[in-house]
Design a protein around this ligand. Structure first.
Ligand code: NAD
Length: 487
């Protein structure tokens, strides 16, 4: 199997190689096979990408918003036409089953280009402020060259969720995908050129934790948007703050999902499974602490166990497969060590906890796992695992569960399942999180803002709110008379 791109980087409208960069191997997680070899950007490549973006941005920002929007909408159209091909590539890059990538990855990227391409014609309007004889007006202006740094769980989606609002607002972007999943973003860069974007408006360079800082600290970069872990977020935000750059931080979580005893149990189980097992549990907003009210605990667990054991695990390229491998061997090892801690600290293993019996090859598979009787102090209830491991905790009443749900440094997401709508709104109002769901989980259409609070980050992606994070206000005071001075 091969997925070798023409070259490692896409700069100024074309593929570029510099073999002096450290080798990055792209590994297909279902077999452990190396499917492509790329190179991390050298300092010369970083300079080339930023210089190209700087040149291109001036021209791009001078286009009318509607003209920029047309390019983005065309890119969305091309992505939809190539959905199968892009989804197959995403499956190779991440190991996620084609059943998922075909509905969730390039399509959500296309949604983003379509949405921002559509709203930008009016979304950048400023205001006019009467001041008696004088008056003022405001303009919303792009920041300039912005950097996007991606995680490995949704490579194409992240490349688009950052690129679409950034480009719509008139910025140029240099995007660095995760070194674990280097392939998809290159295709997004190609498609934007095909859709009519000027060369250099969206450049992609490869690299790892050594390359990221070169981008973040570059004096020509006005803003950094990172999707990654909290420790990386602290480093990137710190480096950006030292030069007073704008930042958006989409970081990790340990989100609570609260199931009250009046909830539709099967629907709540669906929410908990979606919020723990989709993408083999590698989703930042997952509701990994499932608080279940005591009266329904046994029913909830027995139905959850049966449904979890029926999940079809296997070859991600088979349309029938519902769960693929983890993205990498190191990620699987990390998740296995959390499972061991869960057992050692006294949680009850309801199902899973090992490598699926049906798997014989070298892929990084793991069983979907459910722990019950998890207590707040256990490591598996406190730390982000980022794998298919659901922790079920019991609770007695509303006040107690709100306090326990909030007792975490994270604040990305939260969910509530209940038939009582007053309670639903009362509870979500008190949960400390940026994105919350009532009677569903993990749905993130482009129309709604997405992002975290507390240590899960700041800034928002998607919706018109994202444009505020890729632009700033310029205020112009217009004096209509003679300028008076007391001197
Ligand atoms: P990571 O923090 O290890 O890496 C993220 C990216 O940052 C990579 O591209 C990496 O090369 C780069 N990087 C690392 N150190 C850097 C530095 N010092 N300066 C600049 N760049 C640097 O995260 P990961 O393992 O790729 O992804 C998993 C994490 O991402 C999880 O914590 C998950 O919750 C989080 N995540 C958050 C969201 C969200 O929207 N909130 C979405 C997906 C994933």
């Amino acid at each position: 199997m091969k997925a070798q791109p023409q070259a490692s980087h896409f700069i100024d409208g074309e593929y570029v190689e510099d073999t002096d960069g450290t080798v990055i191997e792209s590994i297909y997680p279902a077999t452990g096979e190396v499917i492509a070899r790329l190179h991390a950007a050298t300092p010369a490549i970083v300079e080339m990408a930023i210089a190209s973006a700087k040149r291109a941005q001036k021209e791009w920002a001078s286009w009318s918003p509607a003209a920029r929007g047309r390019v983005l909408k065309k890119a969305a159209e091309i992505m939809r036409e190539r959905n199968r091909e892009l989804s197959e590539l995403e499956t190779l890059d991440t190991g996620k089953p084609i059943q998922e990538t075909i509905v969730a990855d390039p399509t959500s990227g296309a949604d983003s280009f379509e949405f921002f391409g559509g709203i930008i014609a009016t979304a950048m309007n400023g205001s006019q402020i009467p001041l008696g004889g004088d008056w003022a007006y405001t303009k919303r202006v792009p920041l300039g060259v912005v950097v996007g740094i991606g995680a490995w769980n949704y490579p194409q989606q992240i490349a688009c969720w950052k690129g679409a609002p950034a480009l719509a607002a008139g910025n140029a972007m240099v995007f660095k995908p995760s070194e674990v999943t280097p392939l998809g973003a290159l295709k997004i860069a190609e498609i934007l050129i095909e859709a009519g974007a000027p060369k250099g408006v969206y450049n992609v360079i490869q690299g790892d934790r050594e390359t990221g800082p070169l981008l973040v600290s570059h004096p020509d970069v006005a803003k950094v948007s990172l999707t990654g872990s909290v420790p990386t977020g602290r480093k990137v935000a710190g480096a950006a703050a030292s030069q007073l750059k704008h930042v958006t931080m989409e970081l990790g979580g340990k989100s609570p999902l609260v199931v009250f005893d009046d909830a539709d149990i099967d629907s709540a189980i669906s929410g908990a499974m979606l919020g723990n097992f989709y993408s083999t549990g590698q989703v930042c907003s997952n509701g990994t602490r499932v608080f279940v009210q005591k009266a329904i605990k046994e029913t909830f667990l027995s139905r959850l166990k049966a449904r979890t054991e029926a999940i079809v695990i296997g070859d991600p390229q088979d349309e029938a497969t519902q769960m693929g491998p983890m993205v990498s061997l190191s990620q699987r090892d990390k998740v296995m060590s959390y499972i061991d801690k869960g057992k050692a600290e006294g949680a009850t293993l309801v199902t899973g906890g090992g490598i699926p019996n049906s798997i014989t090859g070298e892929g990084f598979y793991i069983q979907p796992t459910v722990f019950a009787d998890v207590t707040d102090d256990m490591t598996i209830a406190r730390e982000e695992i980022f794998g298919p491991v659901m922790c079920v905790l019991d609770f007695d009443d509303e006040a107690e569960v709100i306090e326990r749900a909030n007792a975490t440094e994270f604040g990305l997401s939260a969910g509530v399942f209940t038939a009582d709508f007053s309670r639903a709104h009362r509870v979500v109002d008190q949960l400390e999180a940026g994105t919350l769901w009532i009677n569903t989980y993990n749905l993130c259409p482009v129309e709604i803002p997405f992002g975290g609070s507390k240590q899960s980050g700041f800034g928002r992606e998607n919706s018109a709110a994202a444009l505020e994070h890729y632009s700033e206000l310029k205020t112009v005071y217009v004096g209509m008379g003679k300028c008076e001075a007391p001197y």
